[in-house]
Ligand binder design. Structure first.
Ligand SMILES: NC(=O)c1ccc[n+]([C@@H]2O[C@H](COP(=O)([O-])OP(=O)(O)OC[C@H]3O[C@@H](n4cnc5c(N)ncnc54)[C@H](O)[C@@H]3O)[C@@H](O)[C@H]2O)c1
Length: 250
């Protein structure tokens, strides 16, 4: 692992109790940062906190990301606890169940959009004002290759992630002269608990599309995100970073 200097930086990883978010949290801590995990699962956060064993460098905050008042409260609490917020990694997300557009119940559609897209908006909306006070920030939104390509039987998920790409491009431009850098990462399939929500045929489909012929790894996503949160990322904003083993060449 190459070292990155995140000493003196504090921030948030949503969904940090599991999967990719947990790996990102580990990597940020190893680089010297302080991290507040925002997640709705207290059980998973307690397990993550124990495993990370990072003392005062780690905080856990129970947040329901689809509730804007809950998110605002968490942002104010985290800013108060750390004194400032230098980074926000919007990683929490759900896959939803597999179905074709005409087979999806409206509630199945809305629940995925609520977490994956509205949740990212609520977090940016609540955290950016804290970053603007210090004219410094790094925001990384975890989208998906699905947002670029559109996976069959995952229209809700694909549309939510395409929305995150659009949100990132707009917000990055809005903040381009404010010291706050905003980028998005579009991973292909990585083996984490989220895959329990989808069918095996869907996992097989996603894997079959990857020219490298393998799953991505949590560490690979974490390394990219840590760099995007560092001072070394200084002239790249409103951009989309591919992490798909060659599936997307744009
Ligand atoms: N694993 C993959 O194949 C893959 C590929 C591309 C993109 N992604 C994206 O990466 C991100 C992380 O996925 P993962 O694979 O680590 O999944 P995961 O299921 O392991 O972790 C997701 C975390 O988000 C939390 N969460 C979900 N909804 C929430 C809500 N409403 N409020 C608060 N917390 C909530 C969960 O409790 C969980 O801890 C997601 O946005 C996902 O869409 C994953």
């Amino acid at each position: 692992m190459n070292s990155l200097d995140l000493n003196g930086k504090s921030g948030i990883v949503t969904g940090g109790a599991s999967g990719i978010g947990f790996g990102i949290t580990q990597r940020m801590l190893a680089s010297g940062a302080k991290v507040a995990i925002w997640d709705r699962s207290v059980e998973n956060m307690n397990r993550a906190e124990e495993e990370l064993n990072a003392g005062d460098s780690i905080r856990t905050v129970q947040v329901e990301l689809t509730d804007p008042s809950d998110v605002k409260k968490a942002a104010d609490e985290t800013n108060e606890a750390f004194g400032s917020i230098e980074f926000l990694v919007n990683c929490a997300g759900i896959a939803g169940t597999n179905a074709k557009v005409w087979e999806l119940e409206p509630e199945q559609w809305t629940s995925v959009i609520d977490v994956n897209l509205n949740g990212v908006f609520f977090c940016c909306n609540a955290v950016v004002p804290h970053m603007l006070k210090n004219k410094y920030g790094r925001i990384v939104n975890i989208a998906s290759i699905a947002g670029k390509e559109g996976n069959p039987t995952a229209s809700h998920y694909s549309a939510s992630k395409a929305g995150v790409i659009g949100l990132t491009k707009s917000l990055g431009k809005e903040l381009a002269q404010e010291g706050v850098i905003v980028n998005t990462v579009t991973p292909a399939v990585i083996q984490t608990p989220i895959l329990e929500q989808v069918e095996q045929y869907h996992i097989d489909y996603m894997l079959s599309k990857i020219p490298m012929g393998r799953f991505g790894e949590v560490n690979e996503a974490a390394a990219m995100v840590a760099w995007l949160c560092s001072d070394d990322c200084s002239f790249t904003t409103a951009s989309v970073f591919d992490l798909s083993g060659g599936r997307a060449t744009y």
